[in-house]
Design a protein around this ligand. Structure first.
Ligand code: AGP
Length: 604
């Protein structure tokens, strides 16, 4: 369980806990902070506390050797309700400390349920929404844990992946609605987890659970049922990733490893999708001729790649595209219908806001498609058609290779659309696309040149990132990378927008990153650099040609190889990933697990 939690830690790491059932007892350990803290504290120094005297689980310590149980549940937390501390860490218990629960998701009506349960005499010890579940199960418990769980979840509004054990029964009950859960079928052992990476070291045979399904694990066996208690037949899938792929392989951080994996990852995204006659091959099994508009919806970095997708699809395929934040799309009254292609982009395939927006669009009759990296994820199974990125596992919370693969996949899709519509596509673009991995390699070979710039600006309090056209979303992405791993406030902006406000921030303390690679807006970007320079701004330029203008305007220049405009978003983003990484690393930050973040945001 500790190893499993470590594999899942990129999904949340503000506190952790384990509970082992042994001989009608529950042995519990909970700790604030990372799983290594839990392991260090309880396994090496204190052993595991027991709850046999009914006092708060963590006050009593006992020797490790007591615990021989072979069944347990464990959790690593990304706090939604109640601050990250030992009390709010999972598992949570009922009043008699006989039922233990771990949870991924949000119980939206927990306050109302808590009031009813408190009126019935239940005592709550934490601030979490989750604790309501253990008391609800206690309320309905009559010797059969499954029945009590099914009665309890009928009262719950919201999303959940729940794993529950009871000290009186030798079984684990898992129920899923809205949050991810996968069953790993091993040799003499079965493991349920929020993400396949946690079961991969033990087995590649998995069953992806769907909403409103329950798994009951007993010694050496499992049963899958629906919420009516009826058995459900499920197919066993095989995880394609290797256990090695989710290791750091000698890199200091997963993020750095994933930055340097981009040439191969982008190559994988293209593999088998451009034939020798430069026809784009994508397995999109619905007729595009009925589609009048494309709506791209995503969150965070995926939203930035979606913005670039709009530029590419409108430019290459001459197709109208709208881009929306999933969380905003979800709650406005979006005008969507059967003539719309609803394209969702998600590395994890589990982002709750995107799943909710997708369901909304499906209800309105739109055709749906997904750009997803994680095979078997909820979004991959919900959409009508999709393009897998084949980027390999992305563990670092800050997305890097997935972004480059998303933009590459969007370029392939734009070319595919154009070919479907009979719009002429320049061969030169397709042949240069095939050379994209090599171009990225060139950028990575120059990464050392970014060190002095990172050193110079690591103590800055603010940054501005500016770009025009497709380099505007690149500026947004550069700013997001810096924000999320170095904790420096940074904003990305269309360069021309500077004059309408942000230029008030320009002074010698404000580093301004200009994405100034040569394209049809180059002369305009030079004027914007002049405007910042005139106000003492310190300019860092990403350029692909050294000319007198750039030398005159920017003391700090990051060179990237020349390429076609359509490929620039990938080439221009890689050095910004490296700059953010180096600044965060110089600041001694745990780059893979930046504070307050999670790799996959499975709650709304
Ligand atoms: C990016 O570095 C962040 N991890 C975050 O913004 C992420 O892009 C966002 O949460 C969307 O995740 P998804 O692609 O898995 O849906």
């Amino acid at each position: 369980m500790i190893n499993g939690l470590k594999k899942l830690e990129y999904r949340g790491y503000d506190s952790a806990g384990v509970c082992v059932a042994d001989n009608n007892q529950l042995f519990v350990a909970k700790k604030r902070g990372k799983v290594s803290e839990l392991e260090k504290e309880f396994l090496n120094e204190y052993g595991i506390c027991s709850v046999k005297d009914g006092s708060h689980p963590c006050e009593i310590r006992s020797e490790l050797k007591e615990v021989k149980g072979n069944m347990g549940i464990a959790h690593t937390r990304w706090a939604t309700h109640g601050e990250p501390n030992e009390i709010n860490a999972h598992p949570h218990f009922d009043c008699k400390k006989e039922i233990a629960v771990v949870h991924n998701g949000i119980i939206e009506n927990y306050n109302a349920l808590k009031e009813i349960l408190e009126r019935e005499g239940h005592i709550f010890v934490s601030e979490t929404d989750t604790e309501v579940v253990s008391h609800l199960i206690e309320k309905f418990y009559n010797g059969n844990l499954e029945d009590a769980v099914l009665r309890a979840i009928r009262l719950i509004e919201g999303t959940f992946g729940l794993a529950i054990i009871c000290k009186k029964e030798n079984k684990i009950v898992v129920v899923k609605r809205g949050s991810p859960a996968v069953l790993g079928i091993g040799e003499g052992e079965n493991i349920v987890a929020s993400d396949a990476v946690a079961v991969l070291p033990y087995t590649k045979k998995v069953i992806y659970l769907s909403d409103n399904e329950m798994v009951v694990l007993t010694e050496g066996n499992y049963a899958i049922k629906n919420f009516e208690g009826e058995n459900v037949e499920k197919t066993i899938d095989e995880i394609k990733w290797t256990a090695g792929e989710i290791e750091k392989r000698g890199y200091k951080h997963f993020m750095l490893k994933e930055i340097f994996e981009q040439p191969r990852a982008v190559g994988n995204t293209m593999r088998g999708r451009i034939d020798n006659d430069f026809n784009i091959k994508l397995s999109i099994d619905f007729d595009l001729k009925y589609i009048k508009r494309i709506i791209i919806v995503a969150c965070g970095t995926s939203w930035h790649s979606g913005l670039i997708g709009k530029y590419l699809i409108e430019k290459i395929a001459e197709f109208p595209v709208e881009v929306d934040y999933a969380s905003e799309f979800r709650y406005r009254n979006p005008i969507v219908g059967p003539e719309d292609l609803f394209l969702v982009i998600s590395q994890s395939g589990e982002t709750a806001d995107v799943i909710a927006a997708l369901k909304e669009a499906k209800n309105k009759g739109a055709k749906t498609m997904g750009l997803v990296n994680v095979v078997g994820s909820t979004i991959a199974r919900e959409v009508d058609s999709g393009i897998f990125l084949h980027a390999g596992p992305e563990i670092g919370v800050a997305s890097t290779k997935a972004f480059s693969c998303q933009v590459t996949a969007l370029l392939l899709f734009a070319l595919f659309l154009a070919q479907q519509k009979g719009v002429k596509v320049e061969r030169e673009l397709l042949s240069e696309l095939k050379r994209l991995p090599a171009k990225i390699e060139e950028v990575l070979e120059q990464s050392g040149k970014i060190d002095p710039i990172a050193e110079k600006f690591k103590d800055s309090k603010n940054f501005l990132y500016l770009g025009r056209g497709m380099n505007f979303p690149v500026a947004l992405e550069g700013a997001l990378k810096l924000k999320e791993i170095s904790y420096i406030h940074a904003e990305g902006y269309p360069a021309a927008e500077m004059k309408h406000g942000p230029i008030a921030l320009a002074d010698s303390n404000m580093p301004v990153v200009f994405i100034a690679t040569k394209d049809h807006t180059y002369s305009k970007i030079l004027s914007n650099m002049e405007e910042v320079k005139a106000r003492g701004g310190e300019i860092i330029a990403v350029a692909n040609e050294i000319d007198n203008d750039i030398i005159k305007l920017a003391k700090n220049i990051i060179m990237v190889p020349k390429c076609r405009e359509e490929l620039m978003p990938v080439i221009n983003t890689v050095p910004l990933q490296i700059l953010a990484y180096k600044i965060a690393d110089l600041k001694g930050i745990d780059v893979d697990k930046p504070k307050n973040l999670a790799k996959s945001v499975t709650v709304e």
